[in-house]
Design a binder for this molecule. Sequence first.
Ligand code: ADP
Ligand code: MG
Length: 323
Amino acid sequence: MSEFDLIAKIKAQTARDEQAGVILGIGDDCALLAPPAEMQIALSTDTLVSGVHFFPDVDPVDLGYKALAVNLSDLAAMGAKPLWCSLNLTLPTADPEFVQQFMQGYLELAKQYNVALIGGDTTRGPLNIAVTVLGSVDACRALKRSAAQAGDLIFVSGSLGAAACAVQRRLDGAPEIAELSARLNRPQARVELGLALLGRAQCAIDISDGLAAELSHICRASGVGARIECAQIPIHPALSAHTLPSEALEFALSGGDDYELCFTAPADQLAEILKLSTELGVNISVIGEITTSSGISFNLSDGALYTPAKVGFQHFAETNQAF
Ligand code: ADP
Ligand code: MG
């Protein structure tokens, strides 16, 4: 099958009713888009590399879903509304079955958020998927990493650590636990929460590389510190059930692939934010406070301080384990 046949298949699978703001979609040299009036465009892109971001034998349907989910998570962390996306596929062979299944997962999520696939690129090489998402946001209200202020409460959505534990079990040859793997394979981008936080929170980041690393990005960008109560960190129940508390905490702080939101807001917003938890059906935990000090302290319930063993995933670190 040729590159053009593959693109035609993708286009056919994508074909839908007219989509908001798409003047010209797949098929020309460029897509033409009409941004919503009075809004700014939020753009983010993320690449998934076989053997680095996913196991090479991953289910293609899950891979398609995740490729879009991790990008939508970035829009969520900005409080942006998803509008459009593009898809760059690098494939070792022109495998129509793989593409069909990949697109099934990808388009399932695209449909859920009414995100139009407006273009992309298809090339041959080691399996690699790059997605770009575009959304709309009022730039004055966007949730920026640099907007945390001393005294703000620090919140985390959902629960942490499950995906990283699923990866570790696979690397260790331990039996798979479906609830943990589900979090790795089908992360939930917190799009609705990101939108609902506009006007209530000012600062957010999505947790892709572990809570400790993401918090340090917020602190550096905002010129603040943080105090975290480890006992308040929401650990995924299946993780608690299968590991010691100290291991679970380590997965939650230093693991990755959670795609929950970490955000900060003034204490007077607490009640409103907790109300969102019920309205949206998303757990929201208060895990600490932004401080004027430099650095982050992780307090254990016995008063001791905890030091995460490794702070997040860094692509060029020498200790990385391959998938
Ligand atoms: P060009 O040579 O101008 O880059 P291409 O042949 O790469 O054009 O692509 C033709 C059309 O198909 C373009 O509109 C492009 O955006 C779209 N396209 C190519 N690959 C993909 C893909 N993987 N997903 C969605 N659209 C794609
Ligand atoms: Mg091209």
